[in-house]
Design a protein around this ligand. Structure first.
Ligand SMILES: [Zn+2]
Length: 305
């Protein structure tokens, strides 16, 4: 009787322990891999590949300017907690190396632009030193390379998820193939002599090279220095001389300069392009796919007819 009671309690305890162990195992199964991405566009690509296995935090959020960002102590904590950190590279995030060091994170840092051919622009004041254009994601072909680097980076730190990352990446690469065809077709519909656009900073050069548009900007490939009066005067003269049909705003830059240029020249303000950041959720460019479609649509709307 006594023995039976004890063994019943032992069984009960054993049962509890098993249940707890089971719960712990289940928690481990559902524990997600923490990933950090430096800006919203990259954060979306990491989410697409990571799916349910990965928790993604981004440092520079929607509509944010990644060029001139000042990291916060909270950002260092995000990197310290991350198992993997994704950066664009090509000089986009000048602040990130110091932040990684300050965070003491042991996570690998993956540069997603590895393997792309960088676009170079010339600095008139120093032609011997070409400037690397960091906005490689503006060509869908480059976004595919980003996705491959993200997939391989995630599989390296979470080998158990490799099949999931492979499948997610393959499905998303199919969507990028479709997107690429759409953007090509949309821009091909714009008459050749109208494929010239003014933007605030030189952020859409990869888009222009890939799909056959010329983008001209008073500011260079970073927003860290304002356009000089001389640069603005030059653009205004160029718009008049070449009858450039479209002036576009960017979601990350102050619209005043472009509005002023449009007023001066009589060029139409064509709309807002999303260059370096997504829109907030619910906006017109809340994902990479939506951003590229939105930009192609705005350009064709303003220039095609
Ligand atoms: Zn930019």
């Amino acid at each position: 009787m006594r023995l039976r009671k004890t063994s019943r309690r032992a069984l009960l305890l054993a049962g509890c322990a098993a249940a707890l162990l089971g719960r712990a195992a289940a928690a481990q199964d559902t524990a997600k891999t923490g990933a950090a991405a430096t800006f919203s566009i990259l954060g979306d690509l990491v989410r697409q590949v990571g799916g349910d296995r990965v928790d993604v935090v981004t440092l520079v959020g929607p509509d944010g300017d990644v060029h001139v960002y000042s990291p916060t102590p909270g950002d260092a904590k995000k990197l310290a907690a991350a198992k993997i950190v994704f950066v664009n590279g090509l000089g986009l995030e000048g602040w990130v190396t110091r932040l990684v060091k300050a965070s003491s994170t042991r996570a690998p840092v993956v540069t997603v632009s590895n393997g792309i051919t960088a676009r170079k622009t010339e600095d008139e004041n120093a032609p011997e030193r070409p400037i690397i254009d960091p906005h490689a994601w503006q060509s869908v072909a480059n976004a595919k390379i980003y996705v491959a680097n993200i997939r391989d980076g995630l599989a390296a730190i979470d080998p158990a998820g490799k099949a999931t990352y492979d499948a997610n990446a393959a499905a998303y690469l199919d969507k990028l193939d479709q997107l690429e065809k759409e953007v090509h077709a949309a821009i091909a519909g714009i008459p050749a002599d109208r494929r010239r656009v003014i933007t605030t900073h030189d952020s859409l050069g990869y888009f222009g090279d890939a799909y056959g548009l010329k983008f001209i900007a008073p500011e260079r490939v970073s927003t860290d220095s304002e356009a000089s009066a001389k640069d603005v005067a030059k653009i205004i003269a160029q718009i008049r001389r070449e009858k450039i049909p479209g002036v576009f705003l960017e979601n990350i830059t102050d619209p005043r300069l472009m509005n002023e240029i449009a007023r001066e020249t009589g060029a139409a303000v064509g709309g807002t392009l999303y260059s370096d950041a997504l829109s907030p959720p619910g906006g017109p460019a809340a994902s990479y796919l939506d951003m590229m479609r939105h930009n192609a649509r705005e350009l064709t709307k303003a220039l095609a007819g």
